[in-house]
Design a protein around this ligand. Structure first.
Ligand code: FAD
Length: 386
């Protein structure tokens, strides 16, 4: 657990991310969506600004901050371009932070600085063609042969895969699972297709294949056979951090709806003067705030080092459902102009939908929440945290 920093440090960070977002991201967000091209230049710039390695100590090229700092970056990026925020999350949280926290000194020294600077792009490969929600049914396998492993299998729907230089991935090793850092320039690594998605366009999602890749034992992340605990702790942190993308999407959609309601007149009145529109704005604001508060609470636990899978699942479930609801209501408030292709709210809704699929679906989150509640209730005879 890291000591929290002075509040002014977070304020300064938020200011510098907002500066970057308003100058570099907002002006191109719509084009990134239309062209579906990964903005590699912005990504590299985030490396220079110290955003990519924000949770990693300075000795490994990072900024030496904590998850709160990473969440601030996600929220501000999510506000402007959820797709850039998703690629940032896959690189900085799912791959880089995970390798730093679980990796050996060899991995920290050789790979973390390249990822923190943006010289290398990182991915996390868990999902396979026949195992999505049931991730532990994976078929990828690594056989030990003397002093190295031979890794075979494939992963799909991997964020950043079309550009990745390093993939943190998981494979069966006997009856257990092991995490590996796989540089994509090794023999036997190939990329498949890039998916043409409805939303999160510009965040490249693709397939990867491992054809008998020879990996030295030093490429094991954590200990051999302990991949399951890395998967679970990684998913926990991922859920909390990615929640903030959707908090950012909600804020932007609410802001655009509010602005339009104060500019557009019908029947001699501004839209916000109609009670049915007032009701929408009131619900949108309240749900935006509750999603942010729930995400903040899960973030506190993450930074304290408390493993709270219930809180993490609740945070991302609520933040993603809320962003979809708010983006949909924003389209309704804008009327016809909200439904056209180049309206920002239309993009926000398409991006928001991914929130209910990536990092475990809403259905899986509901199962996690309910089963954790029942377990705690049986043990303590009360509802936790009330
Ligand atoms: C844009 C995008 C980016 C992604 N990025 C990554 C990444 O970087 N790395 C990575 O490893 N993966 C990534 N994924 C994959 C993502 O995690 C999976 O899509 C997700 O976990 C769901 O798996 P699936 O698509 O195979 O759906 P399935 O598991 O086949 O589920 C299909 C439907 O059945 C429901 N369902 C399944 N099992 C149950 C159950 N037990 N109870 C109730 N309902 C159930 C699901 O909720 C869903 O509604 C990404 C996906 C997308 C779309």
């Amino acid at each position: 657990m890291q000591k929290p920093m002075e509040p002014e440090i977070y304020d300064l960070l938020r200011e510098s991310v907002r500066d970057f977002v308003s100058r570099d991201v907002l002006p191109v967000a719509s084009k990134v969506d239309q062209t579906d091209e990964f903005p590699l230049d912005l990504f590299k710039k985030m490396g220079k600004l110290g955003f990519l390695g924000v949770t990693v100590p300075e000795q490994y090229g990072g900024s030496g901050m904590d998850y709160r700092a990473q969440a601030i970056i996600e929220e501000e990026l999510g506000y402007a371009s959820a797709s850039l925020a998703l690629s940032y999350g896959a690189h900085s949280n799912l791959c880089l932070d995970n390798i730093y926290r679980n990796g050996s000194e060899f991995l920290r020294e050789n790979y973390v600085p390249k990822l923190a600077s943006g010289e290398w792009v990182g991915s996390l490969g868990l999902t396979e063609p026949s195992s999505g929600s049931d991730a532990l049914a994976m078929k990828s396998r690594a056989e030990i042969k003397g002093d190295h492993y031979i890794l075979s299998g494939s992963k799909t729907f991997i964020t950043n895969a079309p550009y990745a230089d390093l993939v943190l991935t998981y494979a069966r090793t006997g009856d257990e699972f092991t995490a590996f850092a796989v540089p994509t320039n090794l023999d036997g690594f190939t990329r498949g297709k890039k998916f043409d998605k409805m939303g999160m366009r510009g965040s490249p999602t693709g397939e990867i294949f491992f054809d008998s890749i020879k990996l030295g034992k030093e490429m094991v992340v954590g200990k051999a056979g302990q991949g399951k605990s890395i998967i679970l702790s990684g998913l926990n942190s991922e859920r909390v951090i990615l929640s903030f993308i959707f908090v950012g999407v909600s804020k932007r959609a609410l802001e655009l709806a509010l602005k339009y309601s104060t500019e557009r007149k019908q029947s001699g009145k501004f839209l916000h003067e109609f009670q049915l529109i007032e009701e929408k704005l009131a619900y949108m604001y309240t749900r935006y705030q509750t999603s942010k508060l729930l995400a903040e609470r899960a973030l506190d636990n993450l930074d304290r080092g408390t493993f709270d899978s219930l809180g993490a699942a609740a945070a991302i479930m609520h933040a993603s459902e809320t962003s979809e609801y708010i983006a949909r209501e924003a389209i309704q408030i804008l009327g016809g102009i909200g439904y056209v292709k180049d309206s920002e709210v239309e993009r926000l809704l398409r991006d928001a939908i991914l929130g209910q699929i990536g990092a475990g679906t809403t259905e899986i989150r509901k199962h996690l929440i309910a089963s954790a509640l029942v377990k705690k209730y049986k043990r303590e005879d009360k509802i936790p945290n009330l």
